[in-house]
Design a protein around this ligand. Structure first.
Ligand code: PRT
Ligand code: ZN
Length: 213
């Protein structure tokens, strides 16, 4: 059983730069040459794995990786058995409902009986259930915002940051159902040694963040 911490970060995408920056700011040196999928740390008992973000919670649950950095939206949607140990404050976004621009909207109840396209069926399903709204959820993997204009669904539920994607697809944001930021997740089966490496890492992250404020 290895005693180092395997830290899974997104290989390439919106989380990648800030995840690596954070690890470097914690004083951990590693060589992330192009195309590398794993990189041992030079001066900390850790190894960095570069993965697709959607795969990270599963790897952490299985203990293949011990820590991971993902959007909270992905952590919650995948519903894996992992602990969220720290909120990292970057990659902030929201999961919102969008409907065609110009359509009237009073409340979430207006979606009763409608169809909604999303890549987040679990988070959306719970929100609808909590609000006693019965709607049909169409799960699609991406390009969700196109769904209303091609007649696939009457509304969408997708990640929004600036709002320009909704706008350019003729949609208006009418309801935010979840607010997200990057989080650090951890396996529930860490050895005592790994837990003490994690405690040390969290201490460094807190120090880095305190220095910025
Ligand atoms: O390849 P891989 O599977 O690893 O990456 P990915 O394409 O699934 O994820 P990526 O890199 O797009 O996003 C990673 C994480 O960044 C997400 O899970 C969120 O937690 C966070 N994040 C922050 C965002 C955005 N902002 C964002 N704007 N994720 C996606 N978007 C997309 C959104 O889906 C929509 O299509 O950007 C569009 C909306 O942006 P605006 O600015 O036009 O509103
Ligand atoms: Zn992804």
């Amino acid at each position: 059983m290895t005693e180092i911490l395997r830290i899974a970060v997104q290989k390439s995408g919106r989380l990648s730069d800030d995840s690596l920056k954070l690890i470097k700011e914690c004083g951990i040196r590693f060589d992330n040459g192009a195309g590398k999928l794993r990189a041992p740390a030079a001066n900390f008992p850790a190894e960095i794995l570069f993965l697709r973000d959607d795969d990270i919670p599963g790897y952490v649950e299985d203990g293949v990786a011990h820590l991971g950095i993902v959007g909270e939206n992905v952590a919650v949607e995948t519903a894996r058995d992992v602990d969220t140990v720290y909120r990292l404050g970057f990659s902030k976004c929201r999961l919102s409902i969008g409907i065609p621009r110009g359509e009237k909207y009073g409340s979430i109840k207006d979606l009763h009986g409608k169809s909604i396209a999303t890549s987040y069926p679990r988070i959306l399903g719970k929100y609808l259930q909590d609000n006693e709204v019965e709607a049909q959820i169409h799960e699609i993997g991406g390009s969700v915002e196109i769904a209303p204009s091609i007649g696939l669904a009457e509304a969408v539920c997708d990640i929004v940051s600036s709002g320009s994607t909704l706008l350019s697809n003729g949609l208006q944001e009418v309801e935010t159902i979840f607010r997200s930021e990057a989080v650090m997740i951890a396996s529930r089966n860490l050895s005592d040694t790994q837990q003490s490496h994690l405690d040390q890492l969290l201490f460094r992250i807190k120090s880095v963040q305190a220095a910025k404020n």
